[in-house]
Design a protein around this ligand. Structure first.
Ligand code: CTP
Ligand code: MG
Length: 234
């Protein structure tokens, strides 16, 4: 039986956030941001292991108590220069430690998406568990899209029909994802699906919503805090 294994790349520096502390450790509802993604993944009965990929030499992680998650949690200090490299290094290290098998499903989820819900997660797994390729959570683009020139003048309005914003988790089988990221090693990709697409395959888009946004800029932090607080008050 294939298992469902979560992999959280958390080796970024959060340069667009502009804090010295990498954004995955910024305080969100009195917890480091990454806590929230781990908590949602941990609550899923289907997910049997959570791999967290840290930057080599990251000591910040060890300042917190993660013992409540310990039965499923494995930390690997093998992050790379890019997200894709962090994911690939994590996949390789997990296999070396016998934590994954070729046919297992890997759910790659950004540490910086703290508002993922259990419903979105279960929906993704349900929709893709029998899929040939795999896929990801995504939302149809809502805004009107403009293409600009270098001086920020509109050249053209792009149709938003059939355009989606990619989110995470992105869910692919171990061997396929590892192969795809190997092949894409020098390509400038920002998600896992791009590597799969480069093999000529067509990952499935599973409808999500805007709550599962990526905390990227300082103002995103306040929004995530409001969303999580509102859920706690329900
Ligand atoms: N990530 C990673 N290794 C990298 C770069 C990014 O594991 N070398 C992780 C981040 O920690 C984050 C996820 O990939 O959980 C999504 O990346 P992004 O939002 O771009 O985070 P950062 O790269 O940290 O932020 P920025 O691009 O603003 O520097
Ligand atoms: Mg980045």
């Amino acid at each position: 039986m294939s298992k469902f294994i979560a992999l959280i790349p958390a080796a970024g520096s959060g340069s667009r956030m502009g804090h010295e502390l990498p954004k995955q450790y910024l305080s969100l509802n009195n917890k480091p941001m990454i806590y929230h993604a781990i908590n949602t993944l941990w609550q899923s009965r289907l997910i049997t292991r959570i791999l967290v990929i840290l930057a080599p030499g990251d000591l910040e992680w060890f300042k917190y108590d993660w013992s409540q998650f310990s039965e499923k949690l494995t930390v690997l200090n093998c992050g790379g220069i890019t997200r894709a490299e962090s994911v690939l290094n994590g996949l390789i290290a997990a296999k070396q430690k016998d934590l994954v098998q070729s046919n297992d499903w890997i759910l790659v989820h950004d540490a910086a998406r703290p508002c993922l819900t259990s419903i979105q997660l279960e929906n993704l797994i349900k929709e893709l568990a029998e899929d040939e390729v795999g896929g990801l959570l995504a939302v149809p683009v809502a805004d009107t899209l403009k293409r600009s020139n270098a001086s920020h003048r509109i050249i053209q309005t792009e149709s938003r029909e059939s355009l989606w914003q990619a989110q995470t988790p992105q869910m692919f089988r171990y061997d396929l994802l590892t192969q795809a990221l190997h092949n894409a090693a020098n390509a400038n990709i920002t998600d896992d699906a791009s590597a799969i697409e480069a093999l000529g395959l067509h990952p499935r888009l599973v409808l999500s919503d805007a709550y599962n946004f990526k905390v990227t800029y300082p103002q995103d932090l306040a929004l995530a805090e409001l969303i999580l607080q509102e859920r706690n008050n329900l």
